[in-house]
Design a protein around this ligand. Structure first.
Ligand code: 5AD
Ligand code: SF4
Ligand code: FES
Length: 345
């Protein structure tokens, strides 16, 4: 049975708000959505799944996002910072495992000055010129983004979190705004980065209208990457008693994104793997084509606790790599070790 709405979305890469609401709110489209998304993804990227080695280099953060376990106000959080040398040895290990993209992610930690970030980026690029370096270190002035780019950073991940300003205000303290978040994303794009935006699924107070606003904002930004994952409560945050997002809605949104943005790099996230034992495999089958295994040293892994019960915190990088490869193959895809740049056409 063909699903008329799903076929319309595949054809037009767009739908009206009412039609999107129908897809978002009704599970009966899910099978058709996932199948169409997988076809579109195979048409553009074949069975390739791109690997990004994730280095969580600081668990300090000056911000206070209400949902996040690394928020400055969490006195129970265990804080650590990796040195330049520790970061470089993660890259050495990652390179040997076949990773050709390194993602340096951290809280907003003023300890790392722009000079230090530039020094680390240029050291990685010098040692591994065939690799892409992705930064994910939050909101910065445009000048900082320009400096990192000049030092060799190729990509930047900054989820917009929610495109509804009122919803944004309920997830963040008063010093943060959707306006500045958007400013950052458009600056990054203008500078020349490959940009990743994205949002949480099932975050507190999120409505279907919020999700439609997310899709509309992404149509405006046209990012190369779109990272989404379920909200998962963290015990030491104001949202400790809030319900988690579901795998079902996350998978549905992934498929809708694949049909609206056929070219996009869509990670099947660790958060999805955390709320469902087969979450990442299902994410790939629903249109995802990227996974970001952890390359951080095992001693610090469980300290980068943005939400509770995060997976892959006990495994060595090589174990995670092997486990992931099997999972990717079991889902019917193939882990590839090139840079995995976006294919816009
Ligand atoms: N559950 C799920 N995702 C979260 N993030 C932060 N806190 C949580 C949480 N409790 C996501 C945000 C952020 C990314 C690094 O992790 O979307 O951008
Ligand atoms: Fe800091 Fe990012 Fe967590 Fe917000 S989501 S508290 S900016 S690490
Ligand atoms: Fe990390 Fe399985 S993917 S241990």
């Amino acid at each position: 049975m063909t699903d008329v709405l799903v076929e319309k979305l595949r054809e037009n890469r767009d739908l009206g708000d009412g039609e999107l609401r129908e897809l978002i709110e009704h599970p009966e489209h899910d099978a058709a959505l996932a199948q169409a998304a997988d076809e579109v993804r195979r048409g553009r990227y074949g069975d390739a799944v791109f690997l990004r080695g994730l280095i969580e280099f600081t668990s300090y953060c000056k911000q206070n996002c209400l949902y996040c376990g690394l928020r400055a106000g969490n006195r129970n959080a265990q804080r650590y910072r990796l040195s330049r040398e520790e970061i470089l040895s993660c890259c050495d290990e990652g390179y040997a495992l076949g990773y050709r993209t390194f993602v340096l992610q951290g809280g907003e930690d003023p300890y790392y000055t722009d000079d230090m970030i530039c020094d680390i980026v240029s050291a990685i690029k010098e040692k591994y010129p065939d690799c892409a370096v992705t930064l994910s270190i939050g909101e910065k002035p445009r000048e900082s983004y320009e400096r990192y780019f000049a030092a060799g950073a190729d990509r930047y991940l900054l989820r917009h979190e929610t495109a509804d300003p009122e919803h944004y205000a309920r997830l963040h303290p008063d010093n943060m705004s959707l306006e500045n978040r958007k400013r950052c994303l458009f600056d990054l794009k203008e500078i020349g980065y490959q940009v990743g935006a994205g949002f949480m699924v099932g975050s507190p107070y999120q409505t279907t209208d919020c999700l439609i606003a997310d899709l509309r904002f992404l149509q405006e930004l046209k990012p190369d990457m779109i990272g989404i994952g379920p909200f998962i409560s963290h015990k030491d945050t104001p949202f400790r008693d809030e319900k988690n997002g579901t795998a079902e809605l996350t998978l549905r949104m992934l498929s809708i994104l694949r049909l609206m943005f056929p070219y996009a790099l869509l990670p099947s996230t660790t958060a999805l793997g955390t709320i469902h034992p087969m979450g990442r495999e299902l994410g790939l089958k629903a249109g995802g084509n990227v996974v970001m295994p952890n390359l951080s040293p095992v001693q610090v892994r469980d300290k980068y606790a943005i939400y509770d019960n995060k997976i892959c915190t006990g495994e060595e990088s090589a174990q995670c790599r092997g486990c992931l490869e099997k999972r990717i193959e079991s889902a019917g895809y193939r882990a590839v070790t090139d840079r995995g740049d976006v294919r816009r056409s």
